[in-house]
Design a protein around this ligand. Structure first.
Ligand code: RBF
Length: 150
């Protein structure tokens, strides 16, 4: 079986933020929908899921910090899809976002889930953002598991 297995969890008391980048939005919206399903299957209530859109993956760190500071969330899921192009943007943005999310994890006390796909081709991203291999679903469940630790 692909992906991660999880114990049954009760997220009914949790509030969870999702920050979703609009670059490659067909795929990021699919990740968002998967994450919402993962949250709901872990008991998180519809009203306790806050979705914030940002332009691109580079902005998800600021968006996550904003949700933590203004919405009292117990966890945040950062969603983006970066696809390697002809220039160096992929390396720079990927590195910055990866470090930025880790910084939030170590400084805010709120778990921030790394839901950024860094792919060489769009096909690679599609295979991980859609269907029964939608990684968003597991990221939703990961958010609940980590929030319940707190
Ligand atoms: N954002 C993404 O989320 N995925 C991408 O594949 C992506 N490619 C980009 C390519 C270039 C050349 C540039 C300049 C930006 C790209 N961005 C991408 C947008 C980036 O995350 C951010 O929104 C902008 O750079 C504005 O800060």
């Amino acid at each position: 079986m692909k992906g991660i297995t999880f114990e049954k969890m009760d997220g009914s008391a949790l509030k969870v933020g999702i920050v979703v980048a609009r670059w490659n939005s067909v795929l990021t919206y699919s990740l968002r929908d998967g994450a919402i399903q993962g949250l709901k299957d872990s008991g998180v209530l519809d009203d306790n899921i806050v979705v914030l859109e940002v332009p691109g993956s580079y902005e998800v760190v600021f968006g996550a910090k904003h949700l933590i500071e203004t919405k009292k969330v117990d966890a945040v899921i950062c969603l983006g899809v970066l696809v390697k192009g002809e220039t160096m943007h992929f390396e720079y943005i990927s590195d910055a976002v990866t470090q930025g999310i880790m910084d939030l994890n170590t400084t805010t006390g709120i778990p921030v889930i790394y839901g950024v796909l860094n792919c060489l081709t769009e096909q690679q991203a599609e295979a991980r953002a859609t269907g029964d291999n939608n990684h968003g679903y597991w990221w939703g469940k990961s958010a609940v598991e980590m929030a319940l630790l707190a």
